[in-house]
Write a protein that binds this ligand. Structure first.
Ligand code: ZN
Length: 147
């Protein structure tokens, strides 16, 4: 087997999610919604969650901007479905380590397709793009706490 070029894998996975975003659109009755913007790149990600108790039953996102921000949002929604809010917070912590360049996080299967974003630590301006959906998630979980 030929080894997989990490750069090629990054391109392939990011472009796939960017062109065919998963869980894209709006929920009829979201429990919480939150959006985050990145003025440096013009990116925007809006996230909607439908919660049953502590469990994320459904999730949708809408947005615009660069491929990294939109692909990251798509990958995140895939992982959020069916998780508890506590698991979602843990995912946020793992992702923060990943985009700081953690090799251990890059091998963490819990992070799913998001693992390809480990490479963004070499491009500090793009780290914010990758993090944007997580900023929206954090706001959504905080809004949930206040209700
Ligand atoms: Zn961006």
């Amino acid at each position: 087997m030929t080894p997989i070029d990490p750069q090629a894998l990054f391109q392939q996975v990011v472009l796939d999610h960017y062109r065919k975003p998963r869980n894209h659109g709006e929920l009829a009755r979201p429990t919480v919604s939150a959006a985050a913007t990145n003025p440096f790149c013009g990116d925007r990600v809006a996230l909607q969650l439908h919660l049953e108790g502590d469990r994320i039953e459904e999730v949708r996102f809408q947005g615009r901007g660069c491929s990294i921000s939109q692909a990251s949002a798509s990958m995140l929604t895939v992982l959020l479905k069916g998780r508890t809010t506590g698991e979602a917070r843990r995912l946020m912590e793992r992702f923060a380590l990943l985009v700081e360049g953690s090799e251990e996080a890059a091998r963490d299967v819990e992070l799913g397709d998001l693992r390809v974003l480990q490479g963004v630590h070499r491009f500090p301006a793009r780290v914010r793009c990758a993090r944007l959906p997580f900023e929206a998630l954090e706001s959504a979980l905080e809004a949930r706490h206040e209700t």
